[in-house]
Design a protein around this ligand. Structure first.
Ligand SMILES: Nc1ncnc2c1ncn2[C@@H]1O[C@H](COP(=O)(O)OP(=O)(O)OP(=O)(O)O)[C@@H](O)[C@H]1O
Ligand SMILES: [Mg+2]
Length: 300
């Protein structure tokens, strides 16, 4: 089963590029399963090219081909030492923006995900960015954030936009152990928490192709956590509902018996961490922040 995983952050640099390479490296490979490719589609410019001293940015060549009407990605994939397949972005923002715009708006990334599992690093999750169309095209949108009040509050502020008002599969991936129980973070932000990646500087260095520590690249705490999270994402892709057949008018048919749950609106009270947690480790100091209307069940 292939699919499109889009990963980004709301602000800061919590480790999106590192996580996307780590997830691609840890993706469960099943006999006959779709290959996985990490696509660096950050309009601010890429890092993988520099990290691995690659000769060229596959993203630019792919975009040039897509401009001429052909969208296949296979000729632009480079294999990193260690085996991860990647399409690297150019370092310069202007070149990256142009390439991302063509590939995101023209549908080439989405089309590639029909036969390959594509893990796309879009940098900032900003609908107005050139990568914006990918947010809506994702099978799963992964918001990477450090579990600190300022960052979680930003995710809360952008929740409705990120989830497409509840219509989109959007999950939170934390970098670093939260001070609060993970369920409390999920409840507060109004998004499921996919997992927690450890703060692991050596593991991150290894993913970026640099030496560090005695552990083999695949055995660092970060690599192990990426494998676990990748397994959950792969399961999520496999459990996806098959797209509904379109009627002649292009309106999806809701199968009998599911109509009642197809567009459930609910109002969720969203909480943000407002102060120090209690000594018992509970979520003391969390305060209600806002109420958002969420329309569920109408995912792509
Ligand atoms: N889990 C982690 N633990 C410790 N350090 C990390 C982790 N993930 C990434 N880092 C380090 O943080 C820095 C930023 O990582 P990375 O480039 O992946 O972030 P990013 O969110 O993609 O940033 P940018 O906004 O520049 O694209 C790097 O030095 C990287 O090695
Ligand atoms: Mg990055």
């Amino acid at each position: 089963m292939s699919g499109l995983i889009v990963i980004g952050s709301v602000k800061g640099s919590p480790g999106v590029t590192t996580a996307s390479l780590g997830l691609a490296a840890g993706w469960p490979m099943r006999p006959g399963g779709a290959p996985v490719v990490a696509v660096e589609a950050d309009p601010a410019g890429g890092d993988v090219l520099g990290w691995y001293e690659l000769p060229a940015a596959g993203l630019v060549a792919w975009a040039a081909q897509a401009r001429s009407g052909r969208s296949g990605l296979s000729g632009y994939v480079q294999r990193l030492p260690g085996g991860v397949e990647v399409v690297a972005a150019p370092v310069e923002a202007a070149a990256a923006r142009g390439a991302v715009e063509v590939l995101a708006r023209g549908g080439a990334v989405r089309a590639a995900a029909d036969s390959v599992t594509v893990v796309v690093d879009v940098g900032r999750l900003d609908p107005s960015s050139p990568a914006g169309p990918l947010l809506g095209a994702a099978d799963v949108l992964v918001v990477l954030a450090r579990p600190v009040p300022a960052e979680l509050a930003r995710v809360v502020a952008g929740e409705a936009q990120l989830t497409g008002a509840g219509r989109r599969e959007c999950v939170l991936l934390l970098v670093g152990e939260p001070r609060w129980p993970v369920e409390r973070v999920a409840e507060s932000v109004g998004m499921p928490v996919l997992g927690v990646l450890p703060h692991d500087a050596q593991g991150a260095r290894r993913i970026a192709g640099r030496p560090g520590g005695r552990r083999a690249t695949g055995h660092t705490p970060l690599a192990r956590a990426c494998r676990e999270v990748a397994g959950r994402l792969a399961a999520e892709l496999e459990a996806r509902p098959v797209p509904l057949p379109a009627t002649p008018l292009g309106v999806p048919v809701i199968p009998v018996g599911t109509a009642g749950s197809a567009a459930v609106s609910r109002t969720a009270t969203v909480l943000v961490p407002g102060g120090a947690p209690s000594r018992e480790g509970g979520g003391g100091g969390w305060v209600p922040s806002t109420s958002v209307r969420r329309d569920r069940g109408e995912r792509r």
